[in-house]
Write a protein that binds this ligand. Structure first.
Ligand code: ZN
Length: 313
């Protein structure tokens, strides 16, 4: 039995704690969810809760921070029941409408069945894009911008996914999506989905510099001080970067990214199924890119394998 509750963080801002923390906000008599949860069951529970606690407030939109299944999986159910809109950035929106692209990204071809479960491939939903005014590559791409005609503000959080945003409410509550994880999760799984490690560090720096009354990560409890959490997440990223580098040192020869993951996984007793393995492989790839940006490793091709070696200092 999964009991949900609405916790108030400001005059018009609440959140629903859970495996994925879901935000809730009201403006001009209309309600907004920030992310929706994993599946129909979660959607049903969220709607029941809102109906009990905020009975006369129609739901206008779900604002999705990014397109990972645990954040968008309940969209379809909620949209069907309430006719609400789904708002998200353009790239994340395309993946929200065509959710088979998520496992396709992992496998780089049409995905096989074992990686198409609900934790990877959510039910698709219909999206209205939030317009990010800057093009990718423009230095102002990371600037904040308003979310449609509301007082909500989108804050780009590069690193974890393609164009993930955080959401600030006028009550000074900052929803941080997956820019930060609970340290116990980092400790247990070691790898977290991360596409761009260099940007993820910059995003953590930005969060450390930001003041807010409440910070709400999706996968850690709400906190009034995100500084310590940001520091632990920097450390978690650095742990993986160094583990990837050490795998090359310890084996004394160049390795493929699969061999690097195997080395780390076996050394630290990590267990993974096919989907989890591909997610971790993407994470190893992101850290290899990061290490190559630091000029510590380089790729080369030999015997039809993409190998990575340390660069001599
Ligand atoms: Zn997530």
């Amino acid at each position: 039995m999964n009991f949900l509750e609405l916790k108030q963080l400001g005059d018009r801002t609440w959140y629903i704690p859970g495996r994925v923390n879901i935000g809730y906000y009201e403006e001009n008599g209309q309600g907004y969810l920030i992310d929706s949860g994993l599946d129909d069951d979660q959607g049903r529970k969220v709607l029941k809760l809102l109906n009990e606690e905020r009975r006369d407030t129609p739901l206008r939109a779900i604002v999705n921070t990014h397109s990972n299944a645990d954040h968008i999986g309940a969209n379809a159910f909620i949209q069907k029941r309430t006719n609400c809109q789904v708002w998200t950035t353009r790239i994340e929106g395309i993946l929200t409408e065509r959710t088979s692209l998520e496992p396709l990204l992992l496998w780089s071809a049409w995905p096989f069945k074992a990686i198409r479960g609900k934790f990877i491939e959510a039910k698709p939903s219909k999206v209205v894009f939030i317009d990010q005014p800057m093009a990718i590559g423009d230095p102002r791409f990371t600037d904040e911008y308003p979310i449609k005609d509301t007082a909500l503000v989108a804050v780009p959080l590069p690193g974890h996914y393609l164009d993930m945003i955080g959401v600030k409410t006028p009550d000074d509550v900052f929803f941080l999506a997956d820019a930060l994880f609970d340290p116990t999760v980092l400790e247990k799984y070691r790898f977290c989905v991360m596409l761009d490690v260099t940007s993820a560090h910059k995003t953590l720096d930005m969060i450390e510099r930001t003041n807010a009354r409440w910070f709400v990560p999706c996968h850690a409890p709400a906190t009034q001080d995100a500084g310590e959490l940001a520091r632990q997440n920097h450390e978690g990223l650095n742990w993986v970067t160094e583990a990837v580098y050490e795998a090359l040192t310890n084996s004394g020869r160049p390795l493929t990214r699969e061999e690097i993951l195997s080395h780390i996984g076996v050394t630290h007793g990590l267990e993974m199924d096919a989907a989890h393995l591909l997610l971790n492989l993407a994470c190893v790839a992101a850290h290899l890119t990061h290490l190559s940006e630091l000029d510590r490793v380089e790729p080369f091709v030999e015997d039809c394998r993409l190998l990575w070696r340390k660069k001599s200092a």
